[in-house]
Design a protein around this ligand. Structure first.
Ligand code: ATP
Length: 219
């Protein structure tokens, strides 16, 4: 913890986690270590407002994320979006998290580059930085280009050195993580065609997928 005395640093990584994989986990772990986070919360989405319906139940996705982060502090799971009746808007999650934190506490919203490029489609996206800093993870498949509105935002809010993020919110920084070109889509496709996903997901997650027959072609 490198903030003022008593201030905490909480990272959050939202996603469908359908299923959680080593790309998510390695990114989360590297950010947690780089920023000396008190917690890095993985937050599974309930009904992603701008994505297709996930391929397995919220309960299964949550169970797999729990298995993935067990004994891996400061990584942990925050199930608040699954406990809500309405769609999971990140702005609502940030507001509810902020209400639990002190003003000095830093909230770091971790997003992959692809997700960041889609930011202007998010509900009330222009308010996100009122509640958190944004850390953008560079992904190897970063083919997308940021729209002009985001380039303007980056010009105004990005800091060259992520370690100097100051205050509880308001800035954007880029973080390079070990490139792992893996996606949940690829994992679902491998499983649907009867192939192995060993080493792409933690063994405990693989055991869960097998025990519950998830993502198989017959599902
Ligand atoms: P799908 O293939 O179903 O679209 P995904 O693998 O992209 O899923 P999500 O649950 O949508 O996984 O991702 C949650 C967050 O993790 C997003 O911010 C995304 O950019 C990031 N992320 C996913 N895979 C990686 C990866 N391999 N490396 C770095 N970040 C990743």
């Amino acid at each position: 913890m490198s903030q003022g005395s008593g201030a905490r640093r909480i990272g959050i990584l939202g996603g469908t986690f359908d299923p959680v994989h080593i790309g998510h986990l390695r990114g989360a772990l590297e950010v947690a270590e780089m920023f000396d986070l008190d917690e890095l919360r993985l937050i599974p989405n309930a009904r992603p407002p701008h994505r297709d319906t996930p391929n397995c139940s919220a309960q299964d996705r949550l169970a797999m994320v729990r298995l993935a982060v067990q004994d891996l502090p400061p990584l942990c799971v925050d199930a608040r979006e699954l406990e809500r009746e309405k769609p999971s808007y990140t702005i609502d999650t940030l507001i509810s998290l902020r209400a639990e934190l002190g003003e000095e506490d830093q909230l770091l919203l971790v997003v992959g580059w692809d997700a960041f490029c889609g930011l202007p489609t998010w509900h009330r996206w222009e308010e996100l930085l009122d509640y958190c800093h944004i850390l953008v993870l560079q992904r190897p498949d970063a083919g997308s280009e940021a729209p002009q509105v985001l380039r303007d935002l980056l010009a105004a809010r990005s800091v060259p050195d992520p370690q100097v993020l100051c205050g509880g919110s308001g800035q954007i920084a880029f973080v390079w993580q070990t490139p792992l070109e893996v996606s949940a889509t690829q994992i679902r496709q491998l499983l649907a065609s009867g192939k192995s996903v060993r080493f792409l997901v933690p063994d405990a997650v693989l055991a869960y997928i097998n025990a519950h027959g998830l993502y198989r072609a017959s599902n």
